[in-house]
Design a binder for this molecule. Structure first.
Ligand code: PDD
Length: 287
């Protein structure tokens, strides 16, 4: 079966899908994106992903390329054309095509919209979660608006590459004060020595992860104590558990950080339980 993609109003063969060389996404990384999980045919937390897309666009003064309802139709069509029952949908919007100039185009360009979908077997992620992952830490080199889900991801790319070269799966980014912000493509969590679920508070230094938002609801419903605050590496190494959250990883236990075991060095009971609860909670919310 050939893969299909949506590009600016047309469904095209994935291998032929193209945008112009003067697309501002290509030249300036002037655009935003979303990654949404597809599980058993359903888009997990679709509404929240679309709301965050609208937020990112508004912060960068990019007009929505199509109304939200039309985008929902396109996303489903791309899923259907690629027969994606489990996997991910990728949505990217850029400011559009215009002669290269840093300032916004005087005559507003038509924002570019690209949608792709990819099948991934969810069992693969479950197998990884049963073992837990290793991560590294590295300085957070990003700009000061990490709350916008921009396609400008070079510091994230370099951090993930460093993780790969170190035999790890993810990198936790550490700010100039020695506090963990988030992962290169995930939010960062610990279960503290005192048994409290801790993740950094929302501000411009991290992305408002959709998995994070949903997990906070689950944590509250479970009666677990949650603190949204900064934490440093000393606290991380003393933690009972650590884990990351994201659309592509869900709740993924972390067992080693910079080569040091976290807790017992195996996936923690709280992270594993929260992971097991995640899809049921998401399904209950969208029904
Ligand atoms: N990344 N923080 C960063 C920097 C991210 O890139 C992501 C997601 C998250 C988690 O957000 P969510 O729970 O909404 O997926 C946090 C996606 C998956 C990516 O870039 O592929």
């Amino acid at each position: 079966m050939s893969r299909a993609a949506y590009v600016n109003g047309r469904y095209v063969l994935h291998r032929d899908a193209m945008v112009h060389i003067e697309d501002r996404g290509y030249q300036f990384a002037d655009g935003v994106y979303e990654v949404c999980e597809v599980f058993r045919g359903a888009l997990i937390d679709e509404r929240r992903h679309f709301e965050r897309l609208a937020y990112s666009l508004a912060e960068l003064q990019i007009a929505p390329p199509v109304p939200a309802r039309a985008l929902a139709v396109v996303v489903r069509e791309v899923m259907a054309r690629n027969r994606v029952e489990n996997g991910f949908v990728y949505v990217q919007v850029t400011r559009g095509v215009a002669p290269r100039d840093h300032v916004f185009p005087q005559k507003p360009a038509r924002p570019s919209l690209v949608v792709t979908a990819r099948h991934v077997d969810p069992e693969k992620s479950d197998i990884t979660a049963r073992k837990g992952i290793s991560i590294i830490t590295t300085p957070d080199l990003r700009w000061k608006r990490a709350d916008i889900k921009t396609i400008s991801l070079l510091p994230n790319v370099l951090a993930r590459q460093l993780a790969r070269e170190s035999g790890a799966c993810e990198a936790w980014l550490v700010d100039s004060l020695g506090m963990v912000t988030e992962g290169a493509a995930s939010n960062a969590w610990i279960i503290s020595k005192a048994g409290v679920v801790v993740t950094r508070q929302l501000d411009h230094s991290i992305l408002r992860g959709i998995t994070r938002t949903t997990l906070i609801e689950i944590v509250a419903a479970e009666g677990l104590k949650l603190e949204e605050r900064k934490f440093n590496l000393e606290e991380v190494f003393a933690a009972r558990e650590a884990f990351i959250t994201g659309a592509t990883t869900l709740i993924m236990p972390v067992v080693r950080i910079d080569g040091r075991a976290i807790g017992a060095g195996i996936p923690g009971p709280v992270a594993s339980k929260l992971r097991a609860m995640f899809h049921a909670a998401a399904a209950a919310r969208s029904s």
